[in-house]
Design a protein around this ligand. Sequence first.
Ligand SMILES: NC(=O)C1=CN([C@@H]2O[C@H](COP(=O)(O)OP(=O)(O)OC[C@H]3O[C@@H](n4cnc5c(N)ncnc54)[C@H](O)[C@@H]3O)[C@@H](O)[C@H]2O)C=CC1
Ligand SMILES: CC(=O)C(=O)O
Ligand SMILES: [Mg+2]
Length: 372
Amino acid sequence: MKIGCPKEIKPQEFRVGMTPNAVHEAVQHGHEVLIETGAGAGAGFDDMAYVAAGAKIISTAAEIFAAADMIVKVKEPQPAERKMLREGQVLFTYLHLAPDPEQTRDLLASGATCIAYETVTDRNGGLPLLAPMSEVAGKLAPQVGAWTLQKANGGRGVLLGGVPGVAPARVAVIGGGVVGTHAARVAAGMGAEVTVLDRSLVRMRYLDDIFSRDFKTMYASAGNIAEVIAEADMVIGAVLIPGAAAPKLISRAQLATMKPGAALVDVAIDQGGCFETSKPTTHKDPIYEVDGIMHYCVANMPGAVARTSTIALGNATMPFMLALADKGWKQACADDPHLLEGLNVHAGKLTYYAVGKALGIDVVSPALVIKG
Ligand SMILES: NC(=O)C1=CN([C@@H]2O[C@H](COP(=O)(O)OP(=O)(O)OC[C@H]3O[C@@H](n4cnc5c(N)ncnc54)[C@H](O)[C@@H]3O)[C@@H](O)[C@H]2O)C=CC1
Ligand SMILES: CC(=O)C(=O)O
Ligand SMILES: [Mg+2]
């Protein structure tokens, strides 16, 4: 199979879909890999590293999209990339379709087979292709939130860990999954007083067993959220219902109950955001203010640490990328129900229920699609 990896074109996105190690393995499996010139530069991989791994360097994305049987990327395809997709081609990348009707419409129109990293599952109920980027974004969240809290950035002017004689900041983390746990650990490590709110009692039992010395847990009822955010200097949004639009857990009216200059870091923004006032921002212009509350809502946070993130993502995607290339998407998905969970779009049909529900579009069962 011909596997194509174009340079990412989302603003300030420096990750790349394939590492030289991934290329090497794909070539060992008998595949041809086409890498756009400069695709890995932002992550510290130059063209020569890809050539040494066995790739062909191609000068434009258009040539890659025209030639490849499968496109491997990081971010959801941008409008110019969507125009280059075609029927029969496989797209393997993050999609986040539930909050994105335009992208969904274009992918359906393309006729391509689109497998979303963020909905591939594992046997423990986890999301193995989302987890590495959630680990990164979770660890970054208190760091960017601490920066947002600085006075010159519009924040409260509060130091996360306090100093002797001055109490530390209070951080609330809503959603105690991969993002939330990593965020809570780092915020606690920086000296903040941290509370994690979740709706899963099983998850909170686990967190309490392991981390009870570092942070508290609380059930994420509307009443508890209201109580905690009124006292918080920083709130990190980290909830997820896989594939679905994020539930809105803090309303605009509630901002008035918060401390002026408090920071909201909405990591869940790629699924539409879990605060009513969230809207996607970029690394270049990451924060904005609503009713005196600072918002940080960058939808590709791991792009800020592109090298770490590219390697971590590449480790996770490699076995799935190889299965898709070796067997073809249909057989690979038939053999692995967890990979089949990643199928969001095929030949003009939506195949993921939570996306269909969010966007009001009919869905065809993925199990039927692979039989057809
Ligand atoms: N902005 C960015 O750059 C990035 C964003 N993300 C996003 O971060 C979000 C979280 O991802 P993960 O931690 O991997 O998900 P996860 O599935 O590991 O954790 C989500 C947690 O949210 C909890 N939850 C669901 N509904 C809730 C509610 N109403 N109230 C409280 N808790 C609730 C679940 O019980 C679960 O523990 C996702 O939207 C993901 O796409 C991930 C990586 C990068
Ligand atoms: C998960 C995701 O959207 C990202 O890593 O950018
Ligand atoms: Mg994202």
